[in-house]
Design a binder for this molecule. Structure first.
Ligand code: SAH
Length: 250
C-alpha cells in the first residue's frame, strides 16, 4: 500500500460520499481504501477489475457501491429502518462490490457469492485482512444453487453488473424473505428492458417499488437503481436449473 496515497484517497471518498448525503467516518473510509489497495494488488494475478487508477476506483467502485445505501434509504421500505438487524446477499460480488463498501457503511451482516472460485478466494482473504469476516461471509456458488439451500433467507439482494434486470429478478425471488428487496444498479437501460423486467417481476411475485437516477462525480456517468420488492409467491417453480435464466429467459 502506498502510504502517501491513503490520506488523499480517503479525503476524496469522504468528500464525494458527502455530496450524496452520506457521511463516512475516517475508519470507514480507511477500510475502503485498504480494500482498494488489496484489490489492485490481487488484480495482478486474478482478473478482478479493469479500473486500476485509484482515484477512478474511488468513484466507480466505492461511490458507485454506496449508491445502494442511498437507494435503500430512498426506497422508504419499512425494513430499511433498522439496518444492522438485516441480512444482505451480494449476488455476483466479483472483488466485493457492492457488498463490502455497503456493509462497511451500514454494518449489515451478509453473504457475498460469486460463481468464480478464484474471485471468492481473493474476497475471503480481503474480509479476513479487513477484520470483516465475522459479519460478512463469502461462498463460491451460483445464485440458482444458493436458492436450493438458502431459500427465503435474505432481506436484501444487491446486484451490480451481473445480468439483465429480468434475470436478476428471477435469481432474487426465491432468495428473498417476504417484503425483501432486490436492489440493482444499471449504467444503461433501455425502456423495453424495464417493461420486460416488470412482466417477469409479476411472474416471480415481485413489484417495482422505486427507481432513482444518480450522477456519478468526475463525469463518470449516471446510474439507475431499481428496487423490486418480494410481495407474493412466484407463479412458477424457482429456482430453475442453473443457466436456464440466461439461456431460456422468461
Ligand atoms: N458485482 C461486481 C462483479 C461484476 S462481474 C462488480 O460490480 O464489480 C459479474 C460477476 O457475477 C462475475 O464475477 C461472475 O462470476 C458473477 N456471476 C454471474 N452469474 C452468476 C450467478 N448466476 N451466480 C453467481 N455469480 C454469478
Amino acid at each position: 500500500m502506498v502510504q502517501s496515497q491513503i490520506a488523499p484517497l480517503m479525503e476524496l471518498l469522504v468528500c464525494q460520499a458527502d455530496t450524496f448525503g452520506l457521511s463516512l467516518s475516517s475508519d470507514e473510509a480507511l477500510l475502503m481504501v485498504k480494500h482498494l489497495f488489496m484489490v489492485i494488488e490481487k488484480n495482478r494475478q486474478v482478473n478482478l477489475t479493469k479500473i486500476t487508477d485509484p482515484h477512478d476506483a474511488i468513484v466507480r467502485h466505492y461511490i458507485d457501491s454506496l449508491l445502494f445505501v442511498k437507494a435503500l434509504e430512498e426506497s422508504h421500505c419499512p425494513s430499511a429502518c433498522s439496518l444492522d438487524s438485516l441480512q444482505f446477499l451480494d449476488l455476483g460480488t466479483g472483488a466485493g462490490f457492492p457488498g463490502i463498501p455497503f456493509s462497511i457503511v451500514t454494518k449489515m451482516g451478509g453473504l457475498l457469492i460469486d460463481s468464480t472460485t478464484k474471485k471468492t478466494r481473493a474476497v475471503q482473504d480481503f474480509l479476513v485482512d479487513l477484520g470483516l469476516n465475522s459479519r460478512i461471509s463469502v461462498m463460491s456458488i451460483r445464485a440458482e444453487d444458493l436458492a436450493l439451500c438458502r431459500a427465503t433467507s435474505f432481506d436484501l439482494v444487491l446486484v451490480r453488473a451481473v445480468a439483465k434486470l429480468s434475470i436478476l429478478i428471477e435469481y432474487a425471488s426465491p432468495l428473498l424473505k417476504p417484503n425483501g428487496l432486490l436492489i440493482s444498479s444499471k449504467a444503461h437501460i433501455e425502456a423495453d428492458e424495464v417493461v420486460h423486467a416488470e412482466k417477469v417481476a409479476q411472474l416471480c411475485g415481485m413489484k417495482l417499488v422505486s427507481r432513482g437516477t444518480y450522477d456519478l462525480p468526475r463525469a463518470s456517468g449516471h446510474r439507475e437503481l431499481f428496487c423490486f420488492m418480494k410481495t407474493a409467491h412466484a407463479s412458477l417453480d424457482l429456482p430453475r436449473k442453473p443457466g436456464m435464466a440466461v439461456h431460456r429467459p422468461l
